[in-house]
Structure formats: C-alpha cells, structure tokens
Write a protein that binds this ligand. Structure first.
Ligand code: PMP
Length: 404
C-alpha cells in the first residue's frame, strides 16, 4: 500500500505551507479533496466543457462519454447495474426523491420506520410523507449508550409490518456502524422497502450493494473525496423505475405535447435539466483515487488511528464518550463533564483544530441521550497520529482554561 504520508501529500489543503496550524478532524461534515479531483474539474472546464446528452458535436459527445463512464464506475464500485444509479444533488436530495416517488404506493395508516440515530435528512422527508398520506412514523429504538437496540427493533418491525424501513449505514453523530444486514433481512420478511442512508458509511465501508441487498442506498459525493452538490441514489431497477419523478422538464421526457407528456425510464426520468456534469467528472476522479488504494489496508489503518484517539481521550479525566466504540467508522463523539461543547470547540479552533460541535443534525438522538450536543472528531485515512497528538494537546490546554 502507498504510505499514508504519500497519500496525504495528494491533499493540497493538508499540505499547504500555512503559518497557522490546521488540523482537519471534521471529515464527517465533508472530506478533503485530493489533487486529482481538483484537477479533473479544472481540466473539464478548460478542455471539455459542453452539455451532455445533447448536441452532436465532438465536445458534447466527449462530455457525455465521461459523464456516463462515471455512472458505470460507481455502479461497478457498488456492484450494481449502471441503470440503477441516479445522479442527484446529495444524500438529502436522494432521500427526498425516494420519499416523494414512493408516495403513490402508500395509503393511510401505513407504517414507516426510521432508527433513533438518524440524521434529520432521513427523518424529515418521511415525516412530511406521513403528514401528506396519513402514514405513521415509528422509531427503531436505541439502548442507553446510543446503540441500536436490535432485539426491540426486530420485534417492532415484525409487529408493525412497515411499508418502508429507512436506516443509516453509519451514524453521523456517533460513528456507529449499524446492523443494517439484519434490519434489511427482517424488513424484507415483512415485505418492507429498505432505504439505507450511506452518507457516512460509503467511503469507509465501500459496500457491495448486491450483497447488502437493500432496495435503495444513498450518499453524497462530497463526503467521499468528491465535490459538493452531487449525490448518488441507487435503487433496485424495478423499484427505482416504479418511483414517480420529483422534478419535471428537459431530458427526463420521451415525448411532450401540450396535451400530455411521457417520461423516460430510470435513471433518466429522475435527472431533469442539465446535471452537475463537472461534479460527476470530479467524483469519477475520486473513485479512481479510492480504487487505487487497497481497501483492507485503509480500514486497518483507520481502525488503528481510531483506537489511538480513543486511548488518548480515555486518558483524560471527565471525558464522556457516546456511542458504539466497537463498530465504528472512526468518529468519536464526546463531552467534557458538564461543560458546553460550544465553548470547548471555540477554544480548540484557536489551536487550529477543526472539529464539529452541536447536535449534528440529530436532535432526536441527542434528546434520547439526554444531552444537547457533543464534540465530534471524525477521522479519514489522510489523518495521522500527529493530528491526534495536536488535538489532544489542544484539548488538554482548553480544558485547563475552562477549569480556571
Ligand atoms: N445522512 C447522514 C448520515 C449525513 O451524515 C448527512 C450529512 N451530514 C446527510 C444524510 C445529508 O447529506 P447532504 O447534506 O450531503 O445531503
């Protein structure tokens, strides 16, 4: 495997010779971008810029090939068919497309299950759908320590026989890897449609979706080395094609007259208008980058780094860590005694440490844990022990300041 220090060299923001220290520990919010992604976007606009799927001219044909090649690449990456991949604006957009698209298949009284650990993006679209259709939202519960209560969740699914089960592959607030395989299996036993929010898990776990057997899987490119404003919606083809489109206009139609319009099949019917072409080109380079690194080696490295961070944090009196530290993508969520997370995050920023504090768009989860927020440190493979040492040093000094 390439040495991590070599990989890190590929990320301009991490290696720029800045006078001020900069320790990036907020990859759960967005990942940093390697040079290859930045250059792919730059060279697209310099050398290849044209609209896709229209125009016979050479540049348009080249842009279309690159755009569709990226769809094939991500389909191969996920072990699915390229016609099962829809380009969206992000994970949030993907979930909204599913929730809107499946509306016509639901009726009053139908149950939709989400887990107690969900990001607002995997709660609110379902809640709105429930309001519109008179459906009922049920919550798969967690234990006191913030881990999905698998036994009660399975019982709830068997008892409620939901039409949809929507669950995150990994929690953004705590980093827990969720037992999605089991939830999908049980949900399918009661004939529920399964939606997996892979926003946090995709880059770390690189799921094989045929094996996972979920019906839908969504994520954002920006959390996986790619650009912002781009997402992926995977759906098993018949289920995907059965969704109604959310947006209407050019590209998604077969024939238009003033009397009536017919639509393309999936994926085109969900991609109205000019897509995020440069975003797709950039993400294609991100996939090449990921494909060039051995996944198992990276996983092992990330795990070692995560345990190093945990050990260092556990050595500080008064730190309370939340969530599942056994099965985790490399995210630590913690508080220091009763201090406000905002104060600590502000002090840490003074040391050039970029972490996130707050409720992490998981207000219901925070409420179940009896807190209003945490400090979240989220690692990626481009972090190293020096980053963690700098963070721990800054944390100890910040705590000393708080204690004065
Ligand atoms: N789900 C999870 C688990 C997330 O972490 C996020 C981003 N924080 C989202 C959904 C929404 O992603 P985006 O804002 O890129 O649409």
């Amino acid at each position: 495997m390439c040495l991590i220090s070599e990989l890190r060299q590929q990320f301009p923001i991490l290696t720029s010779k800045n006078e001020d220290p900069f320790i990036y520990l907020d990859s759960g919010a967005t990942s940093q971008k390697p040079r290859q992604v930045i250059e792919a976007i730059d060279s697209f606009y310099r050398e290849q810029n044209a609209n896709v799927h229209r125009g016979l001219h050479t540049l348009s044909a080249e842009a279309t090939s690159a755009f569709e090649l990226a769809r094939e690449k991500i389909a191969n990456f996920l072990n699915v068919q390229s016609k099962e991949i829809v380009w969206t604006a992000g994970a949030t957009d993907s979930i909204n497309i599913i929730a809107n698209g499946i509306k016509a298949q639901l009726k009053q009284g139908d149950v939709i299950c989400v887990s107690a650990l969900e990001h607002h993006a995997n709660i609110v679209p379902w809640q709105e759908l429930c309001k519109q259709k008179g459906c009922i939202l049920k919550v798969l519960p967690i234990t006191k320590s913030g881990i999905l209560d698998i036994k009660s969740s399975v019982e709830l699914i068997f008892e409620q026989k939901p039409k949809i089960v929507a669950i995150s592959h990994a929690s953004n607030a705590l980093g827990n890897i969720q037992p999605v395989e089991k939830i999908i299996e049980v949900a399918h036993e009661v004939e529920a449609t399964t939606v997996v929010d892979g926003a946090q898990a995709f880059m770390h776990l690189r799921p094989d979706l045929r094996k996972l057997n979920c019906d839908f899987y969504v994520f954002s490119a920006h959390k996986a080395l790619g650009p912002t404003g781009l997402g992926v919606l995977y759906g098993k083809y018949d289920l995907l094609n059965a969704l109604n489109p959310l947006r209407f206009g050019g590209e998604m139609i077969k024939e238009v007259s003033f009397e009536q319009t017919s639509f393309q099949d999936a994926p085109s019917k969900f991609e109205a208008g000019t897509p995020n072409i440069s975003g797709v080109i950039g993400f294609s380079a991100a996939l090449d980058f990921l494909n060039s690194i051995n996944h198992n080696d990276l996983l092992k490295y990330e795990k070692t780094l995560y345990h190093y961070l945990l050990t260092q944090l556990n050595g500080i009196n008064g730190i309370i860590i939340y969530g599942d530290t056994e099965n985790n993508i490399g995210t630590v969520s913690f508080r220091y005694k009763n201090e406000h997370h905002f104060d600590l995050a502000t002090l840490l920023n003074g040391y050039g440490i970029a972490i996130r504090s707050g409720h992490h768009c998981t207000q219901p989860l925070m409420k179940s844990l009896g807190i209003d927020g945490t400090i979240r440190v989220s690692l990626a493979f481009y972090n190293n022990r020096d980053d963690i040492d700098a963070f721990i040093h800054a944390l100890k000094e910040s705590i000393d300041l708080l204690e004065i």
